[in-house]
Design a protein around this ligand. Structure first.
Ligand code: BGC
Length: 772
């Protein structure tokens, strides 16, 4: 149950949306669900992407100021392997199999999240009366990263059907553009050019090179019809390599098309790499590869699945979201998770803070090895972050780019881009969380300590001591509707953690490994005086509370502004960013997304319950959730404040955001951060899990509409299984040594299995005793 999504829509207007929903990827390649037989349809966005494969594109400015980036990277739509056109009949009467012409007797499309492939079934009758059933299957292999495999299964209903298959490998590709939407690229220029193209022994090979970054990508493709009497014909046509296969369909026939991809970011000899990958995979059928795929996924689901009993719609959404996150996750230390994953071109394939705050927690808690790869990616771009800090006038530290692929800043709109300095603290936070969840000291020695020190240095340079407090001016917090402010609460509280942990980790190394500490200290030129300054800045960090409202002001001037007139803003004016000049928006109290509320979620020990609650109530009223990164946070924080119904309602909105195309732009790609928020919504939201220096904490609750949820996590080498029902909260220690945890702040010694019943009071909240 709930392992697959289905559609039988043949509506052209839904095509682009379905291409995102049914995309197949493996963290390296991502291929939109374009229809094999209609690949170039005008309603489509044809797309094949390689994680992190980009060109440098010049940024045109009317008025260019100092420190504005000259170039941005753009994820490229690379060689298209998808097209397989099927002609039925002969001579002038032959017809192209299509969902638009002839008679579609039956049609169904599915994506199987447990088996890792997608399929389409068409029962079709041509105008001439030929009738056949076709199943298209496709997958991007998780175990063989270079391989995209398509299989067609033809089953004749009428006798002796003349068939011609025209399969193409297309090197004539450009990116999708939409000049009216700032969330999609608008540069229509061609960025990939043919370097090499050939056909040999029935194999098609194309190598393309980018215009500026001088990177190359290659694909090798091969079509095989499993039929005794088939005639092949291979030729070249306008940048496409075509393989034609002609035969008479008398009985069930299988056709396989294997396409392999490689690029010069990862490989030195592309042709050789692809030749080897082909050789290794050629003995395996689609079924073999699909079995491998299923094994891989069985292990993924064992660690990551969340089960919500008897709620099919949510269960489907959770699995759908987790599956697409996996399909989009770079696992090689040199790529990451783009805002739209590998499903589309929205945000031009850039990596944002989305990974660290919304997606990494999943891997940190279910698959730390994969988390480490993502953390290493950030470490690999530390030199560029230091260079960027220097360009921005800082004398020290690392300023990570707001959006990037190869490490340099790609944002041309600095108020809601470069000014979001919090990304450096978000990255530091993800390192701290990883360390607290794994005790991976080696990793901290290798990369973590350096990252924490270099990011902490940034705060010392951008901030300053005034009136006995440490303040950070002229930056932008997560809320992109309020820009360039002083003392954004979120940024200050995250910077505080960053500074404090830089000191902690240095002290720890000094006490436990003097050799390592000695090397680090001299390599990074760390002095004890510097560490004292970090500590002092953390202690004195300015985190004001408005005395009257008893809330944390989002920044120094936020509460002085007029409130946005929500009453007279019609629904069609949202998202506001598409209808108002930024300055208009900046003048009002209106939040695009969770900001202070997110700060409370991540740093709950910095404020009292009352301030967190009042802040939630206040900011909720002025947040239209114009960013998909918002509702999941409001759900989790609502759960934290025991607003259970609210938490549930927000959770529903977040969980099916892409499946139901709630924001109307899923055609440009899936909203990865929100998808991560769905996993967090259960684990961090309803189960109330927090990883702190003092241990693992839970505040479990169950929405009234549910009977039960379960999930597993890994923590410091242990595996825990959690079951929440109406009556009990159970934690099983499946692997590892006993552990002291906290449930509603009460210590619980976990030896084997602890069942905590609802007779235990979980304390007082808002004057009421709370039981579970
Ligand atoms: C949000 C950012 C986010 C970006 C990419 C924007 O709409 O405001 O917080 O990082 O989308 O997902």
């Amino acid at each position: 149950m709930s392992w697959s999504i289905y559609t039988n829509s043949t509506d052209r207007k839904q095509l682009a949306l379905e291409e995102s929903l049914y995309f197949t990827g493996n963290g390296y390649i991502g291929i939109r669900g374009n229809l094999e037989e209609e690949n170039a349809s005008s309603d489509s966005i044809v797309g094949t992407y390689i994680n992190g494969f980009y060109d440098d594109v010049p940024i045109p400015y009317g008025e260019k100021m100092h420190g504005f980036p000259d170039y941005q990277q753009k994820l490229l739509n690379v060689i298209d392997p998808q097209s397989i056109v099927i002609w039925v009949g002969t001579g002038e009467d032959r017809e192209k199999l299509s969902l638009l012409t002839g008679k579609v007797v039956d049609y169904k499309r599915a994506l199987h999240m447990d088996k890792g492939f997608s399929e389409r079934y068409i029962h079709w009758r041509s105008k001439q009366g030929h009738e056949l059933k076709i199943t298209f299957k496709r997958l991007a292999s998780f175990k063989r990263k270079n391989l995209f495999f398509q299989q067609i299964f033809l089953c004749p209903v009428t006798k002796n059907i003349p068939i011609q298959i025209i399969s193409s490998l297309n090197g004539n590709v450009t990116n999708y553009t939409n000049p009216n939407d700032p969330r999609v690229g608008n540069d229509a220029s061609k960025r990939l050019f043919v370097k090499h193209m050939k056909q040999q022994n029935g194999q098609s090979y194309i190598e393309l090179q980018t215009k500026v970054s001088e990177l190359s990508v290659a694909a090798l493709s091969e079509l095989k019809v499993h039929h005794d009497h088939v005639t092949y014909n291979h030729f070249m046509q306008n940048g496409e390599l075509i393989s034609k296969a002609t035969f008479v369909l008398k009985e069930k026939t299988t056709i396989g098309k294997r396409t392999f991809f490689a690029d010069t970011l990862r490989y030195t000899n592309l042709e050789q790499t692809l030749g080897l990958a082909r050789e290794e995979a050629s003995v395996f059928s689609f079924f073999d590869i699909q079995t491998e795929q299923q094994d891989y996924l069985a292990s993924f689901w064992k660690k990551t699945d969340i089960i919500i009993e008897k709620d099919h719609s949510l269960q489907e959404a959770i699995r759908f979201n987790l599956f697409h996150i996996l399909q989009s996750t770079g696992q090689d230390g040199r790529s990451n998770i783009a805002a739209k994953g590998l499903s589309g071109e929205g945000y031009e394939g850039h990596y944002f803070w989305d990974t660290e705050i919304y997606l990494l927690p999943i891997y940190t808690m279910t698959n730390p090895e994969m988390a480490k790869k993502l953390l290493f990616y950030r470490y690999s771009i530390l030199p560029q972050a230091k260079q960027r800090a220097y360009e921005m006038g800082h004398s020290q530290g690392a300023l990570f780019p707001w959006r990037t692929i190869s490490g340099t800043e790609c944002s041309s709109f600095f108020p809601a881009g470069t000014a979001q300095y919090h990304i450096s603290a978000d990255i530091a936070h993800s390192y701290i969380q990883y360390y607290l969840a794994t005790d991976d000291v080696e990793f901290m020695k290798q990369a973590g300590a350096e990252m924490l020190v270099e990011t902490a240095r940034l705060w010392m340079d951008v901030g300053h001591f005034t009136k006995n407090s440490f303040r950070i001016d002229a930056i932008t917090g997560p809320d992109e509707y309020t820009c360039i402010v002083n003392n954004n609460y979120y940024t200050n509280v995250m910077a505080k953690q960053n500074l404090r942990w830089a000191v902690k980790i240095c002290t720890f190394l000094q006490e436990t490994d003097t050799e390592c500490w000695g090397k680090l200290k001299s390599r990074l030129n760390i002095s004890y005086k510097e560490l004292d300054c970090f500590e002092k800045a953390a202690q004195k960090m300015y985190l004001p509370v408005d005395e009257k409202l008893k809330i944390n002001p989002q920044d120094d001037t936020f509460l002085q502004k007029a409130k946005w007139d929500f009453k007279h803003t019609s629904k069609d004016k949202y998202p506001l960013l598409l209808h108002y000049h930024p300055l208009t928006i900046y003048r009002y109290q209106v939040c695009k997304q969770a900001d202070t509320v997110l700060a409370h979620l991540l740093q709950e020990d910095e404020q009292s319950e009352v301030v967190m609650k009042n802040s939630y109530d206040y900011y909720e009223r002025i947040t239209p959730h114009d960013s998909s990164l918002s509702t999941c946070v409001f759900s989790m924080m609502a759960a934290r404040l025991t607003y259970l119904d609210k938490a549930y309602d927000y959770y529903l909105q977040a969980a099916r955001l892409d499946l139901d195309d709630v924001q109307g732009n899923t055609k440009d790609g899936l909203h990865m951060a929100n998808m991560g928020g769905t996993w967090m919504g259960i684990v961090v939201g309803f189960a109330g899990m927090r990883i702190k220096e003092s241990g693992l904490y839970f505040r479990p609750q169950l929405p009234t509409k549910w009977n039960k949820y379960t999930f597993s996590i890994q923590y410091k080498g242990r595996m825990l299984h959690i079951i929440m029902t109406k009556k009990t909260f159970t934690i099983e220690l499946l692997k590892g040594s006993p552990l002291l945890i906290h449930v509603w702040d009460k210590p619980v010694q976990l030896i084997n299995k602890e069942v905590i019943t609802n007779s235990v009071s979980r304390g007082m909240l808002n004057g009421k005793s709370i039981y579970f």
